[in-house]
Design a protein around this ligand. Structure first.
Ligand SMILES: NC(=O)c1ccc[n+]([C@@H]2O[C@H](COP(=O)([O-])OP(=O)(O)OC[C@H]3O[C@@H](n4cnc5c(N)ncnc54)[C@H](OP(=O)(O)O)[C@@H]3O)[C@@H](O)[C@H]2O)c1
Length: 208
């Protein structure tokens, strides 16, 4: 569960933990992650909640996270991508990638590819493992293949539309490939748009 330390991801993590799932939550900040881990454990009574620190704007760290998780968890039933951030200024990571694109799309792509074997090991036709992208629809989005980093014409809205559209294209194409190789795939991928959300206290939260 990337983004399991806050917001939508943390709420999903709480619900999953309550249902008895073994969970790994991922975030950048070690202290915040440890707090979220304790909070989810206390709320759910489930001790099987781990935290792994990784900055998903960096592909080196995303790769390390994928390898670590794949090694420790060779069979996985869910991969939830909820980590996300929208930066209004043009920031290029130490690896030379525009940070919105790196965090919100490229890391999702890389982590999915790295963890697909673990998902395929756990999923079965009729009871597939699931990849869920917490996202926003990429309406009217474009991938600026000639300048993915938006160096010449950066605007927050262009960055936003580009990474959401890239996620949609990735999800649709991966879904197609998963169903081409098997009529009843052992892994499915879907995009979830939560709509505008606001923080609510745990006491008011109801889980289905
Ligand atoms: N909230 C809404 O109204 C809404 C509406 C539509 C779609 N969405 C989508 O839902 C997703 C979650 O949004 P949210 O509102 O829950 O956000 P949020 O409350 O700000 O939480 C963002 C989460 O992402 C993690 N994160 C951010 N940058 C990261 C990085 N570089 N590396 C690792 N983790 C990182 C944060 O962890 P740390 O702080 O610990 O690093 C945190 O757990 C986003 O993809 C967003 O586009 C949200």
């Amino acid at each position: 569960m990337t983004g399991g330390t806050d917001g939508v991801g943390k709420e999903i993590a709480r619900a999953m933990a309550r249902r008895g799932a073994r969970l790994i939550i991922v975030g950048r900040d070690a202290e915040k992650g440890a707090r979220a881990q304790q909070e989810i454990r206390a709320f759910s009574g489930n001790k099987d909640v781990d935290f792994v620190q990784a900055d998903l704007s960096l592909m080196r760290q995303t790769r390390r996270l994928g390898d670590e998780v794949a090694k420790g968890w060779p069979a996985m039933h869910y991969l939830v991508h909820s980590a996300g951030v929208v930066r209004g200024r043009h920031l290029v990571t130490a690896e030379g990638i525009e940070s919105n694109f790196a965090t919100n799309y490229l890391s999702r792509f890389m982590l999915t590819v790295r963890l697909l074997p673990a998902l395929q090991a756990a999923g079965q036709p009729g009871k597939p493992a699931r990849i869920v992208m917490v996202a926003h629809p990429g309406f009217e989005g474009t991938i600026h293949y000639d300048d993915v980093n938006l160096t010449t014409n950066f605007a927050m809205i262009r960055a936003f539309k580009q990474f959401h559209y890239a996620n949609d294209v990735f999800a649709v194409e991966l879904a197609r490939r998963l169903t081409v190789s098997a009529q009843r795939p052992s892994v499915t991928i879907s995009c979830l748009h939560p709509g505008p959300t606001k923080r609510i206290s745990t006491a008011k939260c109801r889980y289905g």
